[in-house]
Design a binder for this molecule. Structure first.
Ligand code: NAD
Length: 499
């Protein structure tokens, strides 16, 4: 096959025919079937075909994975290594992910319906970069010597927390997983990763790459399964921390499971309904319109940070909407395996039907400006065209997270009104403002209740240096950056009395 850059649709189709798919659990350094022998169908949203019958981890499997993780942690085979030894192994793991980029990107595209143009440039390289970043960081982050009474020495150190369960969604299957397991492993923890039942294949595949890179048996385990599998992990008394990315509803349940069991640490990256505010002094309306379209249609709108509420000042509304409708036309769904495709398939039939039901709700309450239908039905896959509504801020589709290619556009007359609408949400993951005035940019950014604010851009900052997470019901804790290490470590104070 040609290199990724040059590969054509036909190249990827040919590669698909020979792709070997590993469908088993990975526990204690080896692949195995589920103890019950049970499997579930892994269906490609590209054409509705079954890709693999994946082992379904039930209670016995989850327990075995946690026992292996606990044993490895207690034995110190990973936590007991010097940070630079862990770094070397994690860098080898990252290199293996890069070396298998085409295979992993193809798996991700087939499994989740994401465009191959994105999985080869964002998902897989992003996961490798995340591993590299935390590998490089871990031998450079030390503790503190606290200022204490003269007869004492006070040390503040960070220690790995123990067994980390990572429960992740399907929109960026490998990348969201890497945001958890990279810092957790770097800090010396054992990990049990549960990918979404809608997109388990890359997580299963990389388990072997991790093991071959030198991560000891039991330190990195993968248990594909559904909500019951996740629940078992979150209720388990031998799990010390759950790092979860997913919906707010399930996040709330996970907190309850922790409270019902052992008060394990719970870190939640949840949903969003992010506002994108265009002020009349926006420095570049063309770019703002193109960016507003990308903010909602990239990754089929299956983005926790999707700019799903667009607030346009009434003075520029007509002009802006013309440009936005124009930009929207370039996001028509196509075959995700075609490198020219910008918008792929919705992850599965259930999610497609959920999005279509919300579009129907929108039709009754608001004004449909573009799209609104399922397309490419003849392929057997699940595709929805880019959809625009003009809405009031309190319409259902303007308040609920849709997690699909559906944008609610609303107008405002003053900055105060825009901020009131923007902040009137259960969520607080991200927000953006477009203005040419520096003071306005700072003032509006400060007043927006969100974990990330973009000014004159959207979804920028693909590097690992920024913490990522939400205010309010968008969650707690932060992925990415050195702050992520705080989630996977306990802080210890040691006081030594001198003679
Ligand atoms: P989901 O909450 O349905 O599922 C997420 C994961 O939790 C899956 O692995 C699922 O199997 C598991 N799960 C389901 N029920 C469970 C239970 N009772 N106990 C334990 N685990 C359970 O979410 P989803 O549909 O996979 O993903 C979409 C959601 O994820 C959206 O709300 C989106 O905003 C959010 N998300 C957030 C971020 C972020 O960083 N804030 C990033 C990506 C996605």
């Amino acid at each position: 096959m040609e290199t990724t850059q040059k590969a054509s649709l036909n190249d990827w189709l040919a590669r698909r025919e020979t792709l070997a798919i590993e469908p088993r659990l990975f526990i204690d350094g080896a692949y195995r079937e589920a103890a019950s022998g049970e499997t579930f169908d892994c269906i490609s949203p590209i054409d509705g075909r079954v890709l693999a019958r994946v082992a379904h981890a039930a209670a016995a499997d989850v327990d075995a994975a946690i026992a292996a993780a606990r044993h490895a942690f207690d034995a110190g085979v990973w936590a007991g290594l010097n940070p630079r030894q862990r770094k070397a192994i994690l860098l080898r793991f990252a290199a293996a992910v890069r070396a298998h980029q085409d295979e992993l990107a193809l798996l991700e595209t087939l499994d989740a319906g994401k465009p191959i143009a994105d999985t080869t440039t964002v998902d897989i390289p992003g996961a490798a970069y995340c591993l590299e970043w935390f590998a490089e960081a871990i031998d450079k982050t030390g503790g503190e010597v606290a200022p204490v009474d003269h007869h004492l020495v006070g040390l503040v150190t960070r220690e790995p927390i123990g067994v980390v369960a990572a429960i992740v969604p399907w929109n960026f299957p490998l990348l969201m997983a890497a945001w958890k397991f990279a810092p957790a492993l770097a800090a010396g923890n054992s990990v049990v990763l549960k990918p979404s039942e809608k997109s388990p294949l890359t997580a299963i595949r990389i388990a072997q790459l991790a093991f071959e890179a030198g991560i000891p048996a039991g330190v990195f385990n993968v248990v594909p399964g559904d909500g019951e599998t996740g629940k078992r992990l979150a209720l388990h008394g031998d799990v010390d921390c759950v790092a979860f990315t997913g919906s707010t509803a399930v996040g709330k349940q996970i907190m309850q499971y922790a409270a019902q069991s052992n008060l394990k640490r719970v870190w939640l990256e949840l949903g969003g309904k992010s506002p994108n505010i265009v002020l009349p002094d926006c420095p570049d309306l063309d770019r703002a319109a193109r960016t507003a379209a990308a903010a909602i249609f990239y990754n089929m709108g299956e983005m926790c940070t999707a700019g799903s509420r667009l607030l346009v000042h009434s003075e520029i509304y007509e002009r802006f909407m013309e440009k936005l409708l124009d930009a929207t036309r370039s996001w028509q769904p196509g075959n995700p395996l075609d490198p020219a495709t910008a918008m792929g398939a919705i992850v599965d039939r259930t999610q497609m039907e959920r999005v279509l039901a919300l579009i129907e709700a929108g039709r009754t309450e608001t004004t449909l400006l573009a799209g609104g239908s399922r397309v490419r039905e003849e392929t057997g896959g699940f595709y929805i065209e880019p959809t625009l509504f003009s809405t009031a801020p309190d319409a259902r589709i303007a308040r609920e997270e849709i997690f699909g290619p559906v944008l609610s556009v609303m107008t405002f007359d003053t900055i105060d009104e825009a901020i009131r609408i923007a902040n009137d949400s259960d969520y607080g993951l991200a927000a953006a403002v477009w203005t040419a005035d520096l003071t306005t940019a700072h003032e509006v950014s400060r007043r927006l209740r969100a974990g990330t604010v973009w000014v004159n851009c959207y979804d920028e900052g693909g590097d690992m240096n920024f913490p990522f997470g939400g205010y309010r019901q968008s969650g707690n804790g932060r992925d990415k950056s050195l702050h992520a290490l705080e989630k996977y470590t306990e802080l210890k104070s040691t006081l030594l009395r001198l003679r």
